[in-house]
Design a protein around this ligand. Structure first.
Ligand SMILES: Cc1cc2nc3c(=O)[nH]c(=O)nc-3n(C[C@H](O)[C@H](O)[C@H](O)COP(=O)(O)OP(=O)(O)OC[C@H]3O[C@@H](n4cnc5c(N)ncnc54)[C@H](O)[C@@H]3O)c2cc1C
Length: 315
């Protein structure tokens, strides 16, 4: 029987664990890996107190910190469901061989993050991190003065294009919609942002573009797409591709807590979910800003809320 099970060992999870263990809780982290999206963050230059680091290095430091406190960690376990019995929760997980393990606990912190929706374009996997990014806020500045393409038709794609419009020499924006669709081919984006984008001289919108292939051997050199109006195959020479076609929260294993239409777990400002004894922190929640410092702050908040909950726990 645990006081607290934390799901995820990237940013929010370790932050929560540090607070929980220092308060003497019987805590364990259950996670598929250590590092999560932090380790995939490339160059990190917005973690306060460190001017420049890499995602890999920062993720290692987070892991070293939980090891320093001997926080029990079951790495290589994927949580598949959480069930309730009275005020207790059972966290069901399985390892890579499919062997099941069940953790009984008073409280749970879900810090399982998100994963970006991929295009499923040819060579996308091989060129990920070699010109292809799913986070313009993080990696956009690396393409200063270069030619980039943002792929997507929602707000995050338009915001990505606007950001790159001020950094890159030239920015293509590939939307699968035509110009007659709502909002000039960006039906899910805010009109005011689209207008701003259309008025930016460095930005060129490409309509009816269905991205099919990422081109390049060791790094991205171009993008191939099909023009769905004419059926033509076309290619653009680019140094960077920002893919913004949505993210998928890692929240399928939890039924009890309310989620929004995008599967993000709804939390209040103290990281409570709608499910008693279950807290959530970081990118898996409905917080609109997906950043390491925010995930860490939410992890600490979730831990303090869980500690308060456990202190008042009724059998
Ligand atoms: C390319 C890229 C660059 C970025 N650059 C920056 C940057 O420069 N600065 C910045 O602040 N942010 C950056 N970010 C965002 C940052 O990575 C995230 O905000 C941060 O990692 C969120 O941390 P998290 O703990 O909420 O979740 P995640 O990092 O997503 O970690 C989730 C954890 O949960 C585990 N997990 C998931 N599902 C399960 C399950 N079912 N069972 C058990 N374990 C599970 C995973 O293994 C992982 O350990 C970047 C993101 C990307 C993709």
């Amino acid at each position: 029987m645990y006081d607290l099970v934390i799901i995820g060992a990237a940013a929010a999870g370790p932050a929560a664990a540090i607070y929980a263990i220092r308060r003497g809780l019987n805590v364990i982290i259950v996670s598929k890996d250590t590092g999560g999206e932090v380790a995939l963050s490339g160059e990190v230059e917005n973690w306060p107190s460190v001017i420049h680091t890499t995602g890999v290095e920062l993720a290692k430091q987070f892991t070293d910190h939980i090891k320093h406190y001997n926080v029990p960690l079951d790495e290589g376990y994927e949580v598949t469901s959480i069930s309730q019995e009275g005020n207790y929760h059972s966290v069901h997980a399985k390892d890579y061989a499919g062997k099941e393990k069940i953790y009984q606990t008073k409280a749970v912190i879900v810090a399982s993050g998100i994963h970006p929706r991929e295009l499923n374009a040819i060579h996308e996997k091989e060129l990920k991190g070699r010109g292809i990014t799913y986070c313009t806020v993080c990696d956009g500045p690396l393409f200063k003065g270069k030619v980039t393409a943002t792929i997507g038709a929602g707000n995050s794609a338009v915001e990505s294009a606007l950001m790159m419009g001020g950094i890159a020499q030239k920015v293509y924006v590939l939307t699968k919609y035509g110009p007659d669709e709502n909002n000039n081919g960006f039906p899910k984006a805010e009109n005011i942002l689209v207008k701003k984008m259309m008025a930016t001289p460095t930005i060129e919108v490409v309509h009816y573009a269905n991205t099919t292939e990422m081109v390049g051997d060791t790094k991205l050199t171009g993008i191939k797409y099909t023009d769905s109006k004419t059926g033509e195959e076309k290619e653009l020479a680019v140094d960077g591709a920002m893919v913004h076609i949505g993210v998928i929260p890692n929240s399928d294993f939890i039924d009890c807590a309310q989620k929004d239409e995008g599967k993000q777990i709804k939390v209040d400002r103290l990281c409570n979910t709608s499910c008693k004894g279950i807290f959530a922190a970081g990118d898996v929640t409905d917080i609109p800003y997906k950043q390491i410092s925010i995930a860490v702050g939410m992890g600490a908040t979730a831990a303090l809320s869980a500690i308060d909950y456990i202190n008042h726990f009724e059998e």
